[in-house]
Ligand binder design. Structure first.
Ligand code: ZN
Length: 238
């Protein structure tokens, strides 16, 4: 065990009010690619950058193309939680972890058994009719074709925060409260360049800040411990 892992273990053992703040890197080890990292094949299949397709304007103006992207890139029915998701769920059961604040929309924390998951950007597991509010699951959307329609005829919209849309204020204030009261804050799998989510970290008032990310982080944080490795690999050693 490395010194960094040992220090992380000590911090976790000494905490009973931990909050985890996570991003796309938490799910990459489950096989969910970060849609912001586009590969060479991307431009052969898609005519627009992901930030454009996942905007409110695009959803309204080109819904066919939006749902083609949504089904192919964001709906991953066969993925499983990895060591990071499972360890966080275990810490919650043990009374050490108070909340998970996540930028991910894949529902893998809940699949691992976590209860208090604050999904800043929503979830692909929830889709609603814009007319009557009826709920549709991910598999309902996968079974549908083109622009999905409710049995009432209304359009079904994913409960996902698109670009140009604001965050859910209730979730945001719960996240602020959890972070402000945390004794230990672990930030994982995010390079912190997605705002306003990244600005949430300014509410942390504790003195135990841990940063775990595969690559360097955009913001200069005064972290007590920095581990530059994939988070699933790190957590599997705890
Ligand atoms: Zn409806």
């Amino acid at each position: 065990m490395t010194e960094a892992i040992q220090k992380l273990r000590e911090l976790v053992n000494g905490s009973d009010n931990m909050v985890f703040f996570g991003g796309a890197g938490v799910s990459t080890e489950s096989g969910i690619p970060d849609f912001r990292s586009t590969d060479g094949l991307y431009h052969q299949v898609w005519n627009y950058p992901p930030e454009v397709i996942l905007s409110h304007t695009f959803y309204e103006s080109k819904p066919e193309e939006f749902f083609r992207f949504y089904r192919e890139k964001l709906l991953n029915p066969d993925v499983q939680p990895n060591a990071a998701h499972l360890k966080l769920a275990e810490w919650e059961r043990q009374g050490k972890l108070r909340a998970i604040v996540t930028q991910n929309i894949d529902g893998l924390h809940q699949a691992a058994g976590s209860q208090e998951v604050l999904e800043l950007h929503g979830s692909v597991h929830r889709n609603y009719c814009e007319r009557c509010g009826r709920f549709y699951s991910m598999s309902d959307i996968l079974k549908s074709q083109g622009v999905p329609r409710c049995s009432c005829g209304g359009p079904i919209k994913p409960d996902v925060v698109l670009y140009e849309e604001g965050l859910d204020q209730r979730i945001l204030s719960s996240a602020i409260k959890a972070i402000a009261n945390a004794d230990l804050l672990i930030i994982g799998g995010t390079s912190l360049n997605v705002y306003p989510a990244a600005a949430l970290l300014d509410y942390y008032r504790g003195h135990k800040l841990v940063l775990i990310n595969r690559s360097a982080v955009a913001r200069d944080l005064d972290a007590d411990l920095v581990i530059q490795e994939p988070i699933g690999e790190v957590f599997s050693q705890l």
